[in-house]
Ligand binder design. Structure first.
Ligand SMILES: NC(=O)c1ccc[n+]([C@@H]2O[C@H](COP(=O)([O-])OP(=O)(O)OC[C@H]3O[C@@H](n4cnc5c(N)ncnc54)[C@H](OP(=O)(O)O)[C@@H]3O)[C@@H](O)[C@H]2O)c1
Length: 388
């Protein structure tokens, strides 16, 4: 029996993970469920999945969680805060961790899972962007298996099953849906609203990653993610816009062969790969009917309309603290956009300004990266206040 900690259980990935877990009661069990502040949703999940532990990040919500569990007659233990989460992830309560907290808030628990040698289903891409080298080193030293839970990286993972395949890898071709504003020029994006930005044409996701998809920052974060996961430089990663979102990514080998993984756009496939690997288990996702789909199109990304992708390539090439600064400024900008405090085009402008104001320094330790993250958040927040 695999005992699974689902971090970000109330979110889009968390919900999909619990759906796959519930399909396999004979081999999968949710033993820890963790969320940020939505207690009622967490309680409902506890009632359904009966975990041994439930964790809420927001301390103010702890009494409601504890009393709610008691009122429902559940013997799930209530906890709160990041320290409790890190302890549970590191200890015997689980052997598999689904890291699906959104943003840099997921860093400590993701790192803890990597250090503890758990099977790590890694959706929290921000932790890889922020501290990719440290995270990969910790995983390597602890013998941790990381299965990426991003459809693109999961596709690449499936195409590179062993060291021989890795050795012959020439390039990664990362596909992108293009988001809801594909085909539009920069000027026409000035007035788009949060509602339009989160209405993704192919994927149903949380608000932050949906906005990232609309700006193409999501693809930029994924380029950095691919660099860390697969040890490939930015020059060997090409982004292809593929509006059907059926080809989840491709790898090209030195002999001219290109392999791809295809499937319907549903994260349960990647999660089932993560739980079952190297076996295949049912995910609830139907197979792909290519005749019904009809066609597969590919085009180059428009870096003028969507400058975030270019900013991410530049941050990867600068290295050091630059990706942490990029990620932090983007989190602040996206949050301000969702609150209607800034416009859509201010997101790349703010990220660019923050990167220029805080030039990259060597990322010698986690403390240095955390400091860069904090400085970037302060700088970006101040820039927003100054303009308001
Ligand atoms: N959705 C996708 O299809 C997809 C695909 C690839 C990668 N990802 C990545 O997966 C991660 C999650 O994305 P999502 O779309 O599932 O986001 P989401 O729907 O917004 O869910 C975010 C989850 O994180 C929890 N959370 C927020 N802050 C927290 C904190 N400080 N401590 C503990 N938990 C906290 C939330 O809890 P509350 O509900 O209590 O706030 C919620 O459970 C992101 O890194 C995203 O980039 C997502």
């Amino acid at each position: 029996m695999q005992h699974i900690a689902v971090l970000g259980a109330t979110g889009s990935i968390g919900t999909s993970a619990l759906d796959v877990i519930a399909r396999h009661p004979e081999r999968l069990r949710a033993s820890v469920l963790a969320a940020g502040g939505r207690v009622e949703q967490l309680l409902a999940l506890c009632e359904r999945h009966r975990p041994a532990h439930a964790v809420i990040a927001d301390a103010a919500c702890y009494p409601a969680l504890r009393d709610g569990l008691r009122a429902r007659g559940l013997d799930t233990q209530a906890h709160c805060g990041d320290e409790a989460l890190v302890a549970l992830v590191s200890g015997d309560a689980c052997d598999t961790v689904v890291a699906a907290i959104v943003g840099a808030a997921g860093l400590d628990s993701t790192l803890a899972a990597a250090r503890a040698g758990k099977r790590l289903l890694l959706a929290n891409k921000e932790s890889l962007v922020l501290a990719g080298e440290l995270l990969m080193r910790a995983a390597h030293e602890a013998g941790t298996t990381i299965v990426p839970i991003d459809s693109e990286h999961n596709a690449i993972f499936q195409c590179l099953p062993d060291a021989h395949a890795h050795a012959g890898l020439a390039r990664i071709l990362l596909t992108a849906s293009g988001g809801p504003f594909r085909g539009r020029d920069r000027a026409s994006l000035a007035e788009v609203t949060p509602e339009q930005a989160v209405a993704h044409p192919k994927w149903s996701m949380g608000p932050k990653i949906s906005v990232d998809s609309a700006t193409l920052m999501n693809k930029g974060l994924e380029v950095i993610e691919a660099h860390h996961l697969f040890g490939v430089s930015g020059e060997r990663i090409q982004v292809l816009v593929h509006p059907q979102s059926l080809v989840h990514s491709l790898v090209e080998f030195v002999d001219g062969s290109t392999l791809a993984q295809l499937g319907l756009p549903d994260m349960r496939t990647a999660l089932a790969v993560g739980f079952g690997w190297p076996e295949r288990i049912a995910s609830g996702v139907a197979g792909l009917d290519l005749l019904a789909q009809g066609r597969l199109d590919f085009e180059a990304p428009d870096l003028d309309a969507f400058p975030c992708l270019g900013l991410a390539f530049a941050a990867l090439s600068a290295g050091g603290t630059a990706p942490a600064v990029l990620n932090a400024a983007n989190e602040v900008a996206v949050s301000a956009f969702l609150q209607r405090r800034i416009g859509f085009l201010a997101i790349p402008a703010l990220v660019e300004d923050t990167l220029a104001a805080l030039p990259s320094t060597p990322a010698t330790s986690l403390a240095v990266l955390r400091d860069a993250d904090a400085q970037a958040r302060r700088y970006a927040a101040q820039a927003i206040d100054d303009k308001a």
